[in-house]
Design a protein around this ligand. Sequence first.
Ligand SMILES: *[C@@H]1O[C@H](CO)[C@@H](O)[C@H](O)[C@H]1NC(C)=O
Ligand SMILES: *[C@@H]1O[C@H](CO)[C@@H](O)[C@H](O)[C@H]1NC(C)=O
Ligand SMILES: *[C@@H]1O[C@H](CO)[C@@H](O)[C@H](O)[C@H]1NC(C)=O
Ligand SMILES: *[C@@H]1O[C@H](CO)[C@@H](O)[C@H](O)[C@H]1NC(C)=O
Ligand SMILES: *[C@@H]1O[C@H](CO)[C@@H](O)[C@H](O)[C@H]1NC(C)=O
Ligand SMILES: *[C@@H]1O[C@H](CO)[C@@H](O)[C@H](O)[C@H]1NC(C)=O
Ligand SMILES: *[C@@H]1O[C@H](CO)[C@@H](O)[C@H](O)[C@H]1NC(C)=O
Length: 633
Amino acid sequence: MFLWLTGFLLVFLLRQADALSGQRPYELVVYTSPHPSSRLRSCVSLYFRETQPHKGLPLDLGAYISHRLPSPLSPGGGYPRDPASQSEITKYLSFNKTLLWSKALDVCGHPSTWSQSIFLDENLVDDNIDLAKTQQVLTSPVPPSGSVIDRVPSLDIVPLILSGPSANRVDLVFFSDGYTLEERQKFMEDAQRLADDISSNHTFNTVKPLLNFWAAFTPSNESGIGTGGKPKDTPFGLYRDGTELRGVYYSKPDQARAACFSMGDKCNYPILMGNDPLYGGLGGEFTVITPSLANGALVLRHELGHSIIEVGEEYDGGFAYFGPNAAPDVSAPLPWQQWLTYPPAPNSSPRIERSVMPLQNYAWTLLNTSSPWSIEFDSSGLYSRYVVRFSLSGVPEKEALDVEFDGGNLGWTPRKDIGVDRWHYDIRLNEPLPEGIHEVKFALKDKALEGTAQLCSVEIMEFGDETQFNATSGYYGAFPTFSEKNETTIRPTNEDCLMRQVTTPNFCKACLEGLWLSLLSRVNLIDEIHAGCIKAPESSSSGAWRRTINLKLVPLAEYRDETVDAKESYHITWSRAGKVLDQYTNKTTILVDDEVGVTYSTSVRFATEEVRVDEHGYLQSAQDFTLVSKCDV
Ligand SMILES: *[C@@H]1O[C@H](CO)[C@@H](O)[C@H](O)[C@H]1NC(C)=O
Ligand SMILES: *[C@@H]1O[C@H](CO)[C@@H](O)[C@H](O)[C@H]1NC(C)=O
Ligand SMILES: *[C@@H]1O[C@H](CO)[C@@H](O)[C@H](O)[C@H]1NC(C)=O
Ligand SMILES: *[C@@H]1O[C@H](CO)[C@@H](O)[C@H](O)[C@H]1NC(C)=O
Ligand SMILES: *[C@@H]1O[C@H](CO)[C@@H](O)[C@H](O)[C@H]1NC(C)=O
Ligand SMILES: *[C@@H]1O[C@H](CO)[C@@H](O)[C@H](O)[C@H]1NC(C)=O
Ligand SMILES: *[C@@H]1O[C@H](CO)[C@@H](O)[C@H](O)[C@H]1NC(C)=O
């Protein structure tokens, strides 16, 4: 049930199901976008609720943690940057509600000026945070038309892959858009296929025990997604700008926010899935995808990488490079120095692999047969090899398109069974480019494909020889990445990461380590501790009964259902009143006397080859357990 108060104050009654023992902090999330007529940012939306613990947050009521996420771009880059994609998300966490509420006022101004939608957890509405006053202020204004939320869409929620209680997991939800009631089964199958694809044998496979996947179905009145900037009659109003395969945008963000918010701990990362078979998507507050057979999983894992690991791009031509896979240069130790194949000698920097990008163009242009699309670039002639990298959609046959380089045909052939969907191609030439002007040309041959055939992007990169540029997969070093302004940042590998090459199924080790740390900052390795009673042998000095204390751990290492290649271990220690109980090291069940008021402490440390540096101790959890009653009463 939820209440809608005029003036956009939405109060949700959230029942925190299966919450673990231990105090839960509060979370404030503020979405801002650039103000059209001033340099200030305006608040677009605000969430305020109780949330899952964060291991980095001190219990101290004077403390909070915050982080700001620029809204990341979409896979492939070069999308138009509309105001929505320039929105920023700032998250604050604290155990002090008053402190968070004052942050909300700091960022969004006095509530009398608010016109954004506000999502509040019912149990936060009390005198402590001055909300009573706020409500009075908010009861008068009539919401501008078009921004009213009628209701949370009806959600038919089905688990896809569950690993544990949502209060102690990171939960991803697929929401349906453009699937009619008759297409419910198709939605469930699409969602299941994508969840399986990104977690079964690659990408999120090793961290799967920290994740839950859900499908939340809302029937649409119309099937499919909108085109030409016009949404259809669907719950979240997804649409494409034109008809070409590119971004997929949403027109009802408040509906999507309400849907995710209403699910509480079950919705950490919302995914809006538009019922369209071809490429498209968007990153940011919501991950927008299509179930395209060729591209759905590619877009999904790339965008989730942005959201969960909090990394920027790795491909050339982007504008945001940050996180564990990016460094401005090699002057300071690299964030991935623990992964370098050849650690540099003390007081020296790693070598920067020798390459340059003489051409980068996100054309996103429809091709025609009257005149080819072509572009020239200048080469210095100083490199040993080069690659022509491009992506196309709407060209199913090789006869339909000639890709030419300096007048010669590059012999492009489409990916098998790609049809009209988008795909990425690399044509590598193991010879130097002569100094001077060169030309790449895309000549459409089949008139029937006009209006469909599209050149999405084209890039030329030149490389030094094997001693100057190590292109081998598995080599960790310092590779230059070139932004849309041709500014250089450094990345760890040549092409090992799906944040660079969306067709690569895996993250590089730096990103994967970031993924573990991000997830384990929110997941307690201990799912549950409970006590039991067993009859002790006659000889026992403490009477007839003994207690068992049982630890239920998140199923990693030897407790996994399915094994993984990476070596992992759990190290468990127990103590009683501060004294270590050596005999119980690495045991999940211990046997102790039946006494009241004794406190046992357990501390658990997880290790995996995929994490080499755990600065904040996120791979550890500890818990006290006090026996409060006797078996024999
Ligand atoms: C909670 O936050 C408020 C506002 O910042 C502050 O005045 C108060 O002292 C904090 N409470 C505690 C116990 O630190
Ligand atoms: C994962 O499994 C699928 C289907 O069995 C297979 O096509 C794919 O190559 C596998 N990926 C990896 C990285 O092993
Ligand atoms: C479908 O149409 C009905 C009647 O016009 C409307 O009330 C409802 O909100 C629509 N549902 C969606 C998901 O758009
Ligand atoms: C980027 O800068 C490098 C070095 O200045 C230059 O050689 C290259 O042509 C530039 N690329 C583009 C696309 O401007
Ligand atoms: C055909 O494509 C070329 C290259 O993109 C463009 O310059 C031209 O305007 C297009 N012609 C038509 C008739 O659309
Ligand atoms: C290139 O990287 C591979 C894989 O890490 C390594 O074995 C090889 O020695 C490197 N080559 C050079 C020339 O550094
Ligand atoms: C407990 O497990 C850890 C991790 O596998 C191991 O290093 C340690 O030796 C074990 N200790 C005992 C006493 O078994």
